[in-house]
Design a protein around this ligand. Structure first.
Ligand code: ADP
Ligand code: MG
Length: 306
């Protein structure tokens, strides 16, 4: 296996575009499109990496329910190994509804079995056998987060590289005391602009990335239509987003993460890896949901801005 992805997996119901404020009072309103697709930052990243040609295993939890079956089948259909996908006997599969509006979206998640996901769900022999370990949705998985530094240490002891996408913190606390020990064993930290600012309390993305880069990792910040930057601690490189016909940006950051990991595993330096990752994020926005328009390696290379 090239890659082990650890984290969240759920069905996404993507509905929109919503062009007016949401109303309660049992009013029904029609929107042009809706789709049921595979969601969860980790599982979208896993599918993106498989599409780019990596051999990928997924570790995480689903409930013993139709939503869990949907997740398992969707991952397996895209070539992701699901032997380490644990079935939780007491809690349901997480469910997410995404309301899209232009480049923005509102996300409602019932976490179900996410909080009961722990480091013990992740087989250590798998951690020790892959070239790279990626984890996502740090603040949605508090029990796993507490054990993530230990997993990453195992990976690094076995000469694998590591990456982390924090994603949003629904509590708004952005607790650094649990994150910083993980950053010390993270090769690539992959937040978006809002996340890196929230984590540092800074107002400027490059400064914020620099602060976290001094904690150890190379920090790669995704910034929607503005593209992305990578901060090595001493050097900053940038890449633009591609101009594409965007349907929605659900999973763009996760598809970007897949592009970054595939590129560095293929030997690319930060500048080129960033351009490939940005292309993967942009191309993924051409269809509804996270995985439908993810590019293969040739499409990513042809699409990237040199
Ligand atoms: N509307 C868009 N048009 C073109 N590219 C986009 C668009 N939204 C995102 N991207 C690409 O996807 C990458 C990741 O998207 P972003 O929205 O910043 O991440 P996240 O989903 O984590 O918030 C961006 O760096 C950019 O390359
Ligand atoms: Mg994200």
């Amino acid at each position: 296996m090239d890659l082990l992805v650890i984290g969240d997996a759920n069905p996404d119901v993507v509905i929109g575009p919503v062009d007016q404020p949401i109303l309660f009072g049992q009013r029904e309103r029609l929107v042009p499109t809706g789709s049921l697709v595979l969601g969860g930052s980790a599982s979208i990243m896993a599918c993106g990496a498989a599409r780019l040609g990596l051999s990928v295993a997924f570790a995480g939890r689903v409930g013993d329910d139709p939503a869990g079956d949907f997740v398992r089948t969707s991952l397996a259909d895209r070539g992701v190994n699901v032997d380490a996908l644990v079935v939780d006997s007491s809690l349901p599969t997480p469910l997410t509804t995404i309301l899209t509006s232009g480049n923005d979206r509102a996300i409602l998640t019932s976490p179900g079995c996410l909080p009961s996901t722990t480091a013990d769900d992740v087989p250590l022999d798998l951690v020790r056998s892959v070239r790279h370990v990626h984890a996502a949705s740090f603040y949605l998985l508090p029990a796993l987060a507490a054990g993530l530094a230990g997993i990453f240490k195992e990976a690094k002891a076995a000469k694998a590289t590591t990456s982390l996408d924090p994603n949003d913190d629904p509590t708004g606390r952005w607790d650094r005391s649990i994150l910083d020990p993980v950053l010390r064993v993270t090769d690539y930290f992959l937040p978006n602009a809002a996340e890196v600012l929230a984590l540092t309390g800074h107002h400027q993305v490059e400064d914020a990335a620099g602060i976290l880069a001094r904690r150890g990792p190379l920090v790669v910040v995704k910034n929607g239509v503005d593209g992305a930057i990578a901060h090595t601690g001493s050097k900053v490189v940038t890449a633009p987003a591609l101009k594409v016909d965007t349907i929605d940006a659900v999973g763009a950051g996760d598809s970007f993460d897949a592009g970054w990991v595939a590129a560095v595993l293929n030997g690319s330096r930060p500048g080129r890896a960033l351009a490939i990752a940005a292309a993967c994020g942009s191309l993924s926005t051409r269809a509804a949901g996270g995985t439908a328009a993810q590019p293969n390696w040739n499409e990513a290379i042809e699409g990237m801005t040199p």
